[in-house]
Design a protein around this ligand. Structure first.
Ligand SMILES: *Cc1c(COP(=O)(O)O)cnc(C)c1O
Length: 962
């Protein structure tokens, strides 16, 4: 008799994360002719890089136990009320938005809206965001979010440089007002230096813009200490001297203050965090960038535009898509890929819910309370600077008194800002109250005997700004911002949009390179716990011990998984990890006296962010060829490395390759580059094929970024948030990014690459929970099943479509490429047609035309069950037969199921139907679609029309809302 173990927790997670059941796994292995998952790993992963011991992580655990442990960790964070400001403010997330967007997998598991016909909901929501930003900043064109305010300011700086250069002037200096937030200044300094730009920090009062060296300047409005001033004269002078003006600003303040656009600014940047997004110890939140029409081609990030579908109906899609900056590779001026879509949607919906009048009321309350706070402090004998402000004041006090005030604030569980000169900063926000103002007075004077009340002083203050500063122009006049102000209407609006979007709640999203795996509910729950959501990034360290311990553990786990000595959790997207990693390599070379090393070798198959990041890090990109098997051409690598050996800095390598293959020559590649004095940067987007089976650090990489929003379960959020931490070998650890505000990093650290010291920390618990739940064996098994799922699908499909590349054993890694190029000639069918036709079957397309044009790249992930894999295979096989009908003349080449896809409900229910196929074939091509039909809300979208008539904000009337 075997003793049955009834003591194990019954809520173990590994089999919840994995799609296939144990007998499915056996059946799928049999299809591949392999006896076990280990045999599959042996057959796919080259023996010379195989990791031969179990990961040093704890065993898998139950969901309740892990969440209980995380709760204990979280409770080591102390939630104080923070009035520190500096771009981060408490706010109220409207519960209808919290529950129905932030906590709703129908929204957060969406993919980036490349397949626009099944993404109209989030695209419309992003148009709302862009409209809100454009209106409030007074500039006509806004993008659909950037990563944070500081990097947005750096992007604007790069834009200024490019625009001025395009106008025929090479100008290498950029002025930054010392009134900007310190983290913004620091990130700009990091980003300027490798571009050969010099940042001049100073006072605008003494600035002479006419010296012919400046390409642009950055002002903060309101300034970091709260000051609000009229800078329109400076803008005029600047323009006169050919200098562009960037204004970092605050959307809430702009409901009352004259907009940057009206003051002549060329670009406005900022954070939309206080529009209903929790502070979360620094992120994620959506930054914005708005500019003039004439600079649209230089705009970084994604822009949503309104176009029309085949029937002429308005429809949104990513505009100027082919010009998304990183697609320009080394000519790109920005590497932004993943941005902050979910948070931009929340901020836009906050504006929809409150409307222009609601926002103005919130702003007036904040302003009024700040005026009363300042007036009271004056009556209590304090000086208050500045004279004109919105929500922030600075109170100069002698240092000794400041210490007492800060100590009393601490007793009241309040954080105030300590300015460098010893004065105290206070920023009020949406959550402030008359009671809070009274408590602040008491904190300043040290007793509660104050002879006036908040009510007394309200009559003594004037809300209105002087005419030169007051906002007079209207904003948010569009229908959408004036319609959904009751909760019922709002709830239904959110669900109406959600219903237009295909997400992981409907079916698999087999996106090669993007790893759309399960985002488990247990992983998501902690994101909104107040202990994680309510901390200010610059709160004193003794209040953030829970976070620090979580970082320490997560860093240790990721170091073990990658084989590196240290991890930096600062970069807040994969692209930012690439940039940080290359900057670390650059700093290392300099420290070795090898600062001239600036050549970055990049295989032609690399993702566009690789060359874009290299260019931003001041490197010269040299492409390396691939051979006909899709592998890096070793001879070409050898030749290029030797040719550039004196200047060789780095090889950027994706592993397994972007072609979905474990290249056997990877050790050799690392060797070649090391021999010539270069470092290896590994793009870790494909880490889902490595965890537990091999490790970048062991293979020979010196740096690697991880996309936590791919491999480690942070959801894609429709195109963000993400996290892109980097791991480094020991010799690079001194150079990991620092941060000036929290004194992170040692003397050799590179400057910050993100506004907040730990990027977007409030989503790190997601990856922590995933690793804790899966444990040592679960993580390895996940990788094996990911490889199994991919190989099983490839095996089923290989009889119907050419599989472009496989490894030496005939197996693929965790993803594979279907070659559709032959059908162009035989049937006039392109990859995009197959992508659109898949929508009729209820599926999201795989990755289209990356890394090879005319192909589809499928990555099923370990989380998809065998039944789901089979359904996708059957859909693709059925589409293959439809292609054959065209090739053999049974269907016409232009008017057919593929060219007309996707088929909308209104098309198939129209009275007229004059197509050479039936309505049933159009909309119900497989049995499962009868049970569960997802209707694309618009027909095929006309891309070119939208780019010719670029419209990026809401129509003024109700033309496409319903
Ligand atoms: C996703 C991806 C990136 C970029 O990561 P982001 O987080 O989107 O910035 C880089 N390289 C590869 C291969 C990728 O798949």
């Amino acid at each position: 008799m075997t003793q049955r173990n009834f003591l194990d927790p019954s809520d173990r997670f590994v089999h919840r994360h994995l799609g296939p059941r144990e007998d499915d796994i056996q059946e799928m292995l049999a299809v591949l002719g392999l006896p076990s998952l280990d045999a599959l790993a042996d057959a796919t992963v080259p023996a010379d890089i195989r990791f031969r011991r179990p990961l040093d992580l704890s065993l898998n655990r139950g969901e309740k136990e892990v969440l209980d442990e995380l709760k204990r960790l979280a409770s080591a964070n102390r939630v104080y009320r923070s009035l520190i400001g500096m771009g981060y403010y408490d706010c109220v997330t409207p519960p209808v938005i919290q529950r129905n967007i932030l906590e709703n997998p129908g929204w957060y598991t969406q993919y980036t809206p490349y397949q626009a016909e099944i993404a109209q909901g989030r695209l419309e929501a992003l148009v709302n965001f862009q409209t809100m930003v454009a209106d409030l900043t007074g500039l006509p064109l806004a993008n659909a979010s950037l990563l944070d305010e500081a990097t947005a300011a750096a992007e604007a700086m790069a834009m200024c440089h490019t625009i001025v250069r395009a106008a025929g002037q090479e100008r290498k200096e950029f002025f930054v007002s010392q009134d900007c937030h310190p983290q913004t200044i620091a990130v700009m300094q990091t980003r300027a230096e490798p571009l050969g730009l010099t940042i001049r920090v100073g006072m605008t009062r003494t600035l002479d813009v006419r010296d012919g060296r400046l390409c642009g300047l950055l002002l903060q409005y309101p300034a970091t200490d709260g000051y609000v001033g009229d800078y329109s004269a400076l803008v005029e002078q600047a323009h006169h001297a050919g200098v562009l003006v960037v204004v970092a600003t605050d959307l809430l303040a702009l409901t009352l203050l004259r907009s940057p656009g009206e003051s002549g600014a060329d670009i406005a940047v900022g954070s939309s965090q206080r529009f209903g997004v929790p502070v979360g110890f620094g992120g994620p939140h959506a930054a914005f960038l708005a500019t003039k029409e004439e600079y649209k081609r230089q705009m970084p990030g994604r822009i949503v535009g309104v176009s029309r579908d085949v029937t002429g109906k308005p429809a949104c899609r990513l505009a100027l898509q082919t010009r998304e900056q990183h697609i320009r590779r080394e000519k790109a001026t920005s590497n932004i890929c993943t941005a902050q879509v979910l948070l931009a949607i929340m901020a836009g919906m906050y504006a929809v819910y409150h409307g222009p009048n609601g926002l103005r009321r919130i702003a007036e309350r904040v302003r009024g309370l700040t005026l009363v706070l300042a007036e009271g402090l004056r009556r209590l004998g304090f000086d208050v600077a500045p004279k004109l402000f919105f929500d922030t004041i600075r109170v100069p006090v002698p240092r000794a008194q400041a210490e007492q005030i800060l100590a009393r604030a601490d007793e009241q569980r309040m954080n105030l800002r300590r300015h460098e000169d010893g004065s105290i900063g206070l920023s009020l926000d949406e959550t402030s109250s008359p009671d809070e103002v009274r408590r602040l007075w008491e904190i300043f004077v040290g007793h509660d005997r104050i002879s006036f009340t908040v009510q007394d002083l309200t009559a003594a203050v004037a809300l209105d700004y002087p005419p030169s500063l007051a906002r007079t122009s209207a904003y948010l006049t569009h229908d959408v911002f004036n319609r959904y102000h009751s909760e019922h209407e709002m709830l239904r609006y959110l669900h109406r949009l959600q219903a237009k979007d295909l997400s992981l709640v409907h079916s698999m999203i087999p996106l090669g390179s993007c790893t759309m795996k399960l985002n488990a509910t247990s992983e998501m729950l902690p994101v909104t716990w107040p202990e994680f959501a309510s901390l200010h990034p610059f709160a004193p360290a003794e209040q953030t011990r829970g976070y620090q311990e979580l970082f320490r553990q997560l860093e240790a786990w990721l170091a073990e998984i990658t084989g590196f000595a240290a991890i930096s959790l600062q970069p807040n997207a994969g692209s930012q990890g690439e940039y940080a990693g290359l900057m670390v390599i650059r700093a290392y070379h300099r420290a070795q006296g090898e600062g001239h090393r600036d050549v970055c070798l990049i295989p032609v198959s690399a993702h566009g962010t690789n060359p874009a990041s290299a260019a931003m890090a001041g490197m010269t990109v040299v492409p390396v060829a691939c051979d006909r098997h899709g592998n890096v051409d070793l001879a070409d690598l050898e030749a290029k490395a030797a040719e550039h050996r004196d200047r060789l800095s780095t090889l950027m390598l994706t592993y397994p390759s972007t072609h979905g293959v474990f290249e056997p020559g990877v050790r050799r590649m690392c060797q070649i580059v090391h021999t010539h004095g270069g470092q290896i940067y590994m793009d870790g987007a494909n880490m889902n094929a490595q965890v537990g089976l091999c490790r970048p650090g062991d293979i020979g990489a010196d740096v690697c970024h991880l996309n936590l929003h791919k491999t480690f379960c942070i959801p894609h959020g429709g195109g963000g948030p993400g996290m892109g931490p980097i791991g480094v070998a020991r010799h690079l650890t001194p150079f990991l990014p620092g941060h000036p505000v929290t004194q992170l990093g040692g003397p050799e650290a590179i400057g910050p690459v993100s506004a907040a010291p730990y990027g977007s920390p409030s989503i790190l618990p997601i990856s922590w929970v995933y690793i804790a739940l899966m444990g040592r064996d679960g993580l390895t098994k996940a990788t094996q099943v990911a490889i199994l799922n991919a190989n099983y699908m490839a095996k089923r499909l290989e009889k119907h479509y050419p599989i472009l590349y496989t490894g030496t054993s005939g197996l693929v890694a965790h993803e594979f490429i279907l070659d559709l190029r032959p059908f162009k000639e035989s049937a006039g069918v392109e990859a995009m047609d197959v992508a659109k036709r898949l929508m009729d079957y209820g599926f999201h397309a795989p990755t289209v035309s990356f890394p090879v044009a005319g192909t589809l790249m499928i990555e099923p992930t370990e989380s998809e069950a065998k039944g789901e894999l089979d359904r996708l295979c059957e859909a693709l096989i059925s589409i293959r037969a439809e292609i054959q009908d065209i090739a053999e003349g049974r269907q016409p080449r232009t008017n057919n199921l593929l060219k007309n896809a996707p088929h909308t409900a209104s098309a198939v229910t129209a009275n007229e139907w004059e197509r050479p196929y039936s309505r049933e074939q159009a909309a119900f091509p497989a049995p499962w679609v009868r049970q569960n039909k997802f209707w694309p809300s618009v027909g095929r979208i006309d891309e070119a029309y939208g780019d010719r008539h670029l419209v990026c904000s809401c129509p003024p009337m109700e033309s496409y809302q319903s």
